[in-house]
Structure formats: C-alpha cells, structure tokens
Design a protein around this ligand. Structure first.
Ligand code: KIV
Length: 251
C-alpha cells in the first residue's frame, strides 16, 4: 500500500484491471499489473445480470477465491457487493469473508456516507480502497451511468467525499466517470492516489474492466474505453472453424 503512495509521489502511474477467475488473474499478474480488482462488475460481464445490484457476497467470495489462486505479485482487492456493508459491523464481516477468500484489501462505494464502515474495516487491519463519483450500485436510483462533478456543487461534494475517505484511511480512491477537471482537482488535493475510470488523464492511475479492454463483452463497451483487442471476435472465429471442421468429419 505504501508503494502506491510512493508511486504517486514519484509521479509514476498505477495500473489496475479486473479479474474474476484464475486464468485472467494469472495473465494480468504475469503481465505486471499493479492491482487486480475482483469487481462486482462480475455481475454484468461474467454472470449476465443487467447491473451490479444483483451480485451476492457468495458470488464475490467464489470468484475472489478463483482469482486469488492466480495472483502471486499484484495487490488483490475484492469489492463489497451491494447491501453487505450497510453498518460498520456488517462491513467488517463482509470484508473478512473476502479476505478469507484471498483478497488483500477491499473496495466499497461511497464517500462521507460510508466513513464509519471504512474506519471499522481498517480498524480490523484490512486495507480499504474508496470509490466515489458514479457509483454503479446506485445506477437504478441515478437512472443511468452519468458523468459526475460537472457543476460547482457536485465538484465540491466530490472533493468533500474524497477528503473524507482519505481521512478515514483508504490507501487509494477510485474516481468513476468524474469530469476530468474535477478529477484533476481531487488528485491534486489528496496525498493518496486516485485511480480513474472514465475520469480523464489527470488521475494517479487507471482502472478498467478487463472485458472492456480486451473486447470480451462486445454487446456493450463504455464510451471512454478504447479496446486493445477483440477477443470476442477471435472466439467466434475459432468456434466457426471448429463447427466447420466437425461437420466435415474432422476432429
Ligand atoms: O466493479 C468494478 O469492476 C469496479 C471498477 C470498474 C472500478 O468497481
């Protein structure tokens, strides 16, 4: 964790991606990624739910265990799913379940509203990553994935959230779909690193859902992602070759 802060001090960018299974976690780890997140984006890109609001702790534990088997070097963080950190005691129990499954730290969504939960988890010796801006677990109330921090009021509220989670002791904070200028101001105001997703270039690091980066979820790609591969197309091609080969009597 100290390394993340030192990277910020040196101006070295932090890299983070999601993984939900052994082979992906192992490939990311072997490729040199700094942080692997078993995100609750699991719900959309692996389990086929509409959003993250249906993900259960049981599912997160199962996938954290699988990912943990593939990680030797990177820092493994597990997401606390919705409705599993409503009180400090519940947050501690949920964080403990993910740590027992192999996570080295946990992430939860919320700023000022969740300081008590963050403090309680950290008091148990479990590192916490914050997550502010667009909060996917609130997507239904919000009516979509909208940019945060465009107005002065929103920017000030986000800065207060960022400062509150920093004071509560998080080792880094994810800024999701925050306007680049607000993300820059927050990044400059904090000593801990900011990890951006769809929040511009001024954050101390970047995180993406791996399926978006490698083109493995072709039915929806967020606007801010530039895929570096088209794995879904490769799978379709390989399956077509196999179908043709098999129908022709081959093996
Ligand atoms: O669930 C997730 O994958 C996330 C990141 C994209 C930040 O929260």
């Amino acid at each position: 964790m100290q390394q993340f802060r030192e990277k910020k001090e040196r101006g070295e960018r932090i890299t983070a991606l999601t993984a939900y299974d052994y082979p992906t976690a192992r490939l990311l780890d072997e490729s040199g990624i700094d942080l692997i997140l078993v995100g609750d984006s699991l719900g959309m890109v692996v389990l086929g739910y509409e959003d993250t609001t249906e993900v259960t702790l049981g599912e997160m534990v199962h996938h954290t265990r699988a990912a943990a088997r593939g990680v030797k070097r990177a820092f493994l963080t597990g997401d606390l799913p919705i409705n599993t950190y409503d009180t400090p005691a519940q947050a501690v129990a949920t964080a403990r379940a993910l740590v027992d499954a192999g996570a080295q730290s946990v992430k939860l969504e919320g700023g000022l509203s969740h300081v008590r939960q963050i403090e309680a988890i950290i008091a148990e010796g479990i590192p916490v990553m914050g997550h502010i801006g667009m909060l996917p677990q609130s997507v239904r109330e919000e009516g979509g994935y909208k940019v945060k921090g465009r107005t002065q009021n929103e920017a000030e509220a986000l800065l207060r959230d960022a400062e509150a989670v920093e004071k509560a002791g998080v080792f880094a904070v994810v800024l999701e779909i925050v306007s680049p200028e607000t993300a820059r101001q927050i990044t400059n105001a904090l000593k801990i690193p900011t990890i951006g997703i769809g929040s511009g270039q001024h954050c101390d690091g970047q995180i993406l859902v791996t399926h978006d980066l490698i083109g493995l979820f072709p039915w929806f790609t967020p606007k801010f992602v530039s895929p570096e591969a088209h794995v879904a197309d490769e799978i379709r091609k390989a399956v077509q070759v196999f179908i043709g080969r098999t129908k022709a009597g081959g093996v």
